[in-house]
Design a protein around this ligand. Structure first.
Ligand code: ATP
Ligand code: MG
Length: 248
């Protein structure tokens, strides 16, 4: 496999979120959140159920309009752009619960990931590069995605995201419901992708694994950032536990 065929762009991306608020009616799910991801970094966003993590990711990808704040990618304000335009700019979201189309074939699911691309790239070659990573997907590429295990569906969801040639990969609780072995495989994959230059914004409940991978982390509590800093500092911060207990 020659390197050009990798469905992962060479250039990574920086993200700057300033004072972002997401409201559902009168309830503020994300409160005045500011967050910075430098090119090539892995950032973890942690927090208890209902802390606002998914709402934050949905606002970044543009499916949830924020009521306040701005989102800059490489210094360009993308806050008013459509979701496809944000994907074309290099951000992609692997959503909570994967959202695989189980009636479609594995190959069709993969090609869907390239829909927002504006180039006339060789999508089949990119799919081939995904299959290089995930041989078990290649073996069943023409079968319905329903035949895949939970772990394989997560790999397909990540493979589908890579088809967009992202510069920033966002994942919403990718380890949810997976066995420990598959969780390890997935974290190894994320490490590998980051080492190849992909910036990653990872929302996780698996605090230990997320902090081991990430350079920096943000802990959300009731919509706001309660703690932020280097992963090693967050790991030993007593407020980390409190943030989880407080949200339960
Ligand atoms: N579409 C919606 N309409 C109204 N309220 C919502 C909606 N989506 C989320 N909420 C509420 O906003 C708050 C934050 O939810 P969100 O899903 O962003 O949290 P989360 O940190 O991702 O939680 P989890 O760990 O359970 O996935 C919660 O109180 C939730 O009930
Ligand atoms: Mg969530």
């Amino acid at each position: 496999m020659h390197r050009d065929a990798r469905p992962c762009a060479d250039k990574n991306i920086s993200l700057e979120i300033k004072n972002l608020t997401v409201s559902y009616g009168r309830m503020k799910a994300v409160r005045n959140v500011s967050l910075t991801l430098k090119q090539g970094q892995v950032i973890a966003v942690l927090g208890a159920n209902g802390a606002g993590k998914s709402s934050l990711l949905r606002a970044i990808i543009g499916v949830e309009p924020p009521s306040e704040g701005s989102i800059h990618i490489d210094g360009v304000d993308i806050s008013t752009r459509s979701t496809p335009a944000r994907v074309a700019a290099g951000i992609v979201l692997v959503p909570e619960n994967r959202r695989i189309l189980i009636d479609q074939t594995i190959h069709e699911n993969l090609l869907l990931g390239a829909t927002a691309r504006q180039d006339v790239g060789d999508f089949e070659a990119d799919a081939d590069a995904v299959y290089e990573r995930f041989p078990s997907l290649r073996a069943r590429k023409d079968l319905a995605a329903a035949c895949l295990s939970g772990g394989e569906q997560q790999m397909l969801a990540i493979g589908r995201a890579l088809m967009a040639r992202p510069k920033l990969l966002m994942l919403d609780e990718p380890s949810l419901g997976l066995s420990p072995i598959v969780v390890n495989q997935m974290f190894n994959l994320l490490k590998d992708l980051n080492e190849q230059g992909l910036s990653i914004l990872l929302v996780e409940q698996n605090t230990g694994k997320a902090l081991a991978l990430a350079h920096r982390a943000y802990v959300m509590e009731q919509g706001a950032i309660a703690i932020s800093g280097k992963s090693s500092e967050i790991l030993s911060d007593p407020r980390l536990k409190e943030a989880y207990l407080g949200g339960e």
